[in-house]
Design a protein around this ligand. Structure first.
Ligand SMILES: [Zn+2]
Length: 164
């Protein structure tokens, strides 16, 4: 694996942290996950991917936390963003593991933060869809866990919207 730190023509400073994401944010299992490799140092199996950009470099780079710190010369925000994502991951896991109730039609539902969440199974396709309050999600999921992970995203979205 290439180590860009040793290559010429790649700026080592002055990068901006654009985004940090979790490759397992949709609740993927270990087997379903495609981990990233740090494009800077070649470190493998990055779960929390830091996206950095530079005005003199055409492409964004996907890197790990330590390389993101060096490239942005910022030793606070890359770790802070990664920690926020880790907290979100544990919130998502406990959300999915809550004791969901079963409706008369046999669907799982949950009341949380003034929202009513329903996981509905299509009797023909056996795919799962999410309903939050009166809104049906458009996506169909193979497992109830995936549908619940999507419901968590929806609830987090409402929560953040309320904070603005
Ligand atoms: Zn790296």
């Amino acid at each position: 694996m290439a180590n860009l730190w040793k290559q010429q023509g790649i700026p080592h400073k002055g990068w901006t942290l654009e985004n940090v994401y979790d490759v397992r944010e949709d609740g993927q299992s270990e087997d379903e996950t495609t981990y990233e490799t740090c494009m800077m140092c070649g470190h493998e199996k990055i779960r929390y991917v830091h996206v950095v950009s530079h005005p003199d470099y055409g492409d964004e780079l996907l890197v790990g936390c330590q390389c993101a710190e060096k490239l942005t010369d910022d030793y606070i925000n890359p770790q802070r963003r990664e920690k926020e994502l880790r907290n979100k991951t544990s919130r998502r896991i406990s959300f999915i593991k809550r004791s969901w109730k079963i409706s008369a039609k046999g669907n799982e539902y949950l009341k949380i933060d003034n929202h009513h969440i329903l996981i509905s199974e299509d009797s023909k396709t056996h795919k799962f869809t999410v309903k939050i309050d009166d809104n049906w999600g458009k996506k169909h999921f193979d497992t109830p866990e995936q549908a619940k992970a999507a419901a968590f995203k929806g609830i987090e979205y409402y929560k953040n919207k309320g904070e603005w």
